[in-house]
Design a protein around this ligand. Structure first.
Ligand code: WQD
Length: 344
């Protein structure tokens, strides 16, 4: 199956290219504008798989460029759409950037799906569409408090656009994957989340602190109503996320969906606190993490973790990596980031 992977040079996209290669049977072409990635990632994928991926530079928010690409590549049978801006904090500071890029990109891609009747589509969504949740664990039908950021709203709007589009195209198929907290890196340590700007996600902050790139990290709040007072999240290894896309693509291709558009949570179902994440990292690496408790971070939900049984029952996916695996792989990547191998 010929598959276009938008955002394929990015964090989850690059890991997915590797798993698609490992599974076999997919001819991929990666489309990325390098706004939050670098083409060097493809060379590092080649070091891992032995094959340099096909790729083109493409800005998915550019309607003419997207139309031209798909007009020139009529054999494409599947699309995995990762390309989007994804920083919660940045989206609050610059909402128009997020509404333009994330929504225009999706609409441009769907116009190509419609024009060329591309049968299989996977959309990268997020647990952030739920907002605050009282009824845990989160199931796909759980109604949360609503989105807390423009980033999350672009994912929620994206899901609505897909629902309306696929209602009109019952013979085309779509899977929406709602990621919980993707963390970690490929076991080789050769690819991971590139720190193109100062990260504010927990795991890169832990690894940067352990590496001495920052003297101390802050734990935002230890007086939540949780077992140790710090926030609870559902961390999931990026390679588990990547494998879910491979299984979802295979499933789409069988045409065995109950409806032509289905939504699945992607999480481990395990809630892990900030302190527990730090302790896991210290245990598996032997490194000490210097942290200080600070006031709660605005916009943080106290606890969220998934019920991901639907994708297990319908597609057969389940996570295989533990929290310790996530932390060890993140540390291996951190140690590589500054080595020539990561910057060649
Ligand atoms: C996790 C916890 C912080 C940094 C994610 C991402 C994205 C999305 C899901 C897909 C929180 C605490 C963090 C630090 C800390 N998935 N923390 N000190 O906020 O759950 O957002 O939502 O789209 O993965 O947007 O992830 O890693 O920022 O924070 O104490 O220096 O770690 O307070 O409780 P978050 P995060």
């Amino acid at each position: 199956m010929q598959v276009a992977v938008t955002g394929g040079a990015g964090y989850i996209g690059s890991h997915t290219l590797i798993e698609l290669h490992n599974k076999g049977g997919f001819q991929t072409i990666s489309l990325d504008n390098y706004s939050n990635s670098t083409p060097d990632t493809y060379d590092r994928i080649a070091q891992i798989t032995g094959t340099l991926p096909y790729y083109e530079k493409l800005n998915t928010a550019d309607a003419k460029a997207v139309e031209f690409f798909f007009d020139q590549n009529k054999g494409i049978e599947g699309i995995i759409h990762f390309a989007a801006d994804k920083s919660v904090g940045e989206s609050v500071e610059n909402p128009l950037k997020y509404y333009h890029n994330n929504i225009a990109s999706l609409v441009n891609i769907l116009k190509a799906v419609e024009k060329h009747q591309i049968k299989n589509f996977i959309f990268s969504s997020s647990c952030s569409i739920y907002g605050n949740i009282d009824d845990l664990p989160v199931r796909e039908e759980t109604q949360g408090s609503g989105t807390e950021s423009p980033y999350a709203e672009t994912k929620k709007m994206g899901e609505r656009i897909l629902s309306d589009f696929y209602k009109k195209h019952p013979h085309l198929n779509c899977i929406i994957l709602r990621y919980f907290n993707p963390v970690g890196a490929h076991e080789s340590g050769l690819i991971g989340e590139l720190p193109l700007n100062i990260p504010n996600n927990l795991v890169p902050v832990i690894t940067r602190t352990a590496a001495g790139e920052q003297a101390q990290m802050l734990v935002f709040g230890d007086d939540y109503n949780t077992r140790d007072g710090s926030c609870i999240r559902d961390y999931i290894h990026v390679s588990d996320i990547a494998n879910a896309h491979v299984l979802a693509l295979d499933h789409l291709n069988t045409g065995k969906l109950n409806k032509n558009i289905e939504t699945y949570n992607l999480g481990t179902g395990e809630g892990v606190s900030v302190i527990e994440a730090i302790k896991s990292f210290e245990k598996v690496t032997g490194e000490k993490v210097n942290y200080k408790v600070a006031p709660k971070r605005e916009g943080d939900v106290e606890a969220i973790f998934s019920d991901s049984s639907k994708i297990l029952n319908e597609i057969g996916w389940k996570p295989i990596y533990s929290l310790d695996d996530m932390m060890l792989s993140a540390w291996k990547w951190q140690q590589n980031i500054n080595s020539p191998i990561a910057n060649n």
